[in-house]
Design a protein around this ligand. Structure first.
Ligand code: AMP
Length: 220
């Protein structure tokens, strides 16, 4: 049985960034349902899903659960994993409980990245994504044209436009925020108060503290 950690928070709270850092720190693979959806072919069911995403709406629970089940069946996840962007509804959280029981895994912690709404809006407005490798950039000023990792073109996701941001925050408040109580009740919620304009390394220290780990044994 391995470690299973959920990264939870509003869009723009830093789940992707902290997830990448945790992935390196613990040597655990990260599963982002948003990335899985973005990798679907641009036609048929994939197209329908991408339209929902562009409008800041959630993909129906059954579709997300099915996709995640397929992904987690891979041997790469046998020793645990980090979930980023799942669960986002109470039915998804219940499906995760059942799936973990099937996989003989247990949920160690739900790290709740609690950032202010002003900070979230500031961050999402400056967020650009690499079309090739999905690396996320946060620009304060003028965005770069290409990815410094792979040279791919950078673009602003439709859901990162001001209208898209409002819609996603509404969805978060209605559908996802109730999970805070759900996981608090299970005793696995680890809340990290994210300071405005904090550096990702400083937030990471808070995350590790909540997980009961230091940075000294970081993997090279
Ligand atoms: P993310 O990359 O996590 O911000 O996800 C981008 C979009 O993918 C979300 O706004 C949703 O439309 C969709 N999505 C990702 N994960 C889920 C999920 N667990 N449930 C429903 N929709 C999801």
């Amino acid at each position: 049985m391995g470690r299973v950690i959920v990264l939870f928070g509003a869009p723009g709270s830093g789940k992707g960034t902290q997830g990448e850092m945790l992935e390196k720190q613990f040597g655990l693979p990260r599963v982002s349902t948003g990335d899985l959806f973005r990798a679907l072919p641009d036609e048929g069911a994939g197209k329908e899903i991408q339209e929902l995403m562009a409008h800041g709406s959630l993909v129906p629970d059954e579709k997300v659960i099915e996709l995640l089940k397929q992904e987690l069946a891979k041997s790469a996840y046998e020793n645990g994993f980090i979930l980023d962007g799942f669960p986002r509804t109470v039915p998804q959280a219940k499906a995760l409980d059942a799936l973990l029981a099937e996989l003989n895994q247990a949920l160690e912690a739900v790290v709740y990245l609690d950032a202010s709404e002003a900070e979230i809006k500031r961050r999402l407005g400056g967020r650009w994504t690499c079309r090739e490798c999905n690396k996320i950039y946060n620009f304060r000023g003028k965005p770069a044209a290409e990815c410094s990792e792979c040279g791919g073109a950078l673009y602003q996701r439709e859901d990162d436009t001001p209208h898209g941001i409002e819609q996603r925050l509404r969805t978060y408040r209605q559908k996802t925020a109730p999970l805070i109580n759900y996981y608090q009740g299970k005793g696995v919620l680890r809340k990290v108060a994210v300071p405005d304009r904090a550096q990702k390394e400083d937030v990471f220290k808070l995350v590790l503290k909540q997980l009961g780990a230091g940075t000294e044994n970081k993997r090279k």
